[in-house]
Write a protein that binds this ligand. Sequence first.
Ligand code: NAP
Length: 340
Amino acid sequence: MNRANQNGPTSIDPASIPQRMLYTGVAMPAIGLGTFGSDHVTPAQVAEAVLGAAAVGYRHFDCASVYGNEPEVGASLEAILAGGITRKELWVTSKLWNDKHDEVIESCRKSLADLRLAYLDLYLVHWPFPNFHPPGCDVTSRSADSKPYIHEGFMKTWRKMEELVDLGLVRHIGTSNMTIPKLQLLLRDARIKPAVNEMELHPHFQQPELFKFVVDNGIQAIGYSPIGSPGRPERDRTPEDSTPTEDPVIVAIAKRHGIHPAVVCIKWAVQRGQTPIPFSINNYRANLAGLVSDPLSADEMREIAGIDRNCRLIKGQVFLWKDGQTWEDLWDIHGTITPP
Ligand SMILES: NC(=O)c1ccc[n+]([C@@H]2O[C@H](COP(=O)([O-])OP(=O)(O)OC[C@H]3O[C@@H](n4cnc5c(N)ncnc54)[C@H](OP(=O)(O)O)[C@@H]3O)[C@@H](O)[C@H]2O)c1
């Protein structure tokens, strides 16, 4: 489906989209459009989706330099602003890539130039590991100089993130792919605390402890791969992975409401209190419309809470730093930071 046939009189009034209040008192739309083309959707297609999504009512866009399409997305943002939507109405996120932890200011300025913006609403450290790997590489790929998480190193990067706020280049800073022990150290040492943590969140990976931790600490949770990333690259698939949109509970609720199972995942996410950022070039209008249709009932929310499988899809294998490790080592599953 293209932009034209998702558009039209059925656009959704942005004023009806729920908002999340950040600890700064600034509001962020509770749904955004993801822009990672998963190595098979071209930058031009993503840019077209950004334009179309704004036309049907999206105001929040989740970008990153590593997605390789910020110049094209920037052209769309420029057109959206030229079309009369004001900069204050938009929420644009970008992210610092892993080989740029020592070049925070320069990387942010590059994203700003590519996105054709004077400031970002949110800039995230994409991963806590400063390890380079080429875009599109295989999961078995390891960089010879891969490093573990070293808190002092991360704080050097964070100090520069804080400087971006001081310089007025970004309004909020945040983290992504963090764990509770890493966030505890950051909250202890930060001058400007993270406003947001972006994390994988879908019905088969609900991360209840981390979700509660961020909420309890006044941090908003942005949920990535909210549909279970059905289009993710082959390198991010393992035989144990499950598919939330095929879960009988999700399918039954979808039938009851007359909507696609993907839309159930999005409704659940927003009603639970996180901010999903579904990627879509073909279904973005339906995903937004789902938010303003009949809510899921309390029973349906409880049923979905019961289907968590602790099934992480985006495992991060390329960040492992020594032989003999498994991807679980990246996620501090025993409650302490995995030692170097
Ligand atoms: N911080 C991080 O480390 C990180 C990691 C991963 C992702 N992200 C962000 O999160 C965003 C979303 O995650 P994701 O792209 O992995 O996966 P996702 O949003 O869970 O899934 C996207 C896929 O779902 C399909 N889809 C969307 N709505 C649908 C509907 N209503 N019916 C049927 N199919 C539907 C899309 O196909 P169509 O295009 O055909 O609609 C696309 O193939 C990314 O784009 C990126 O911005 C961040």
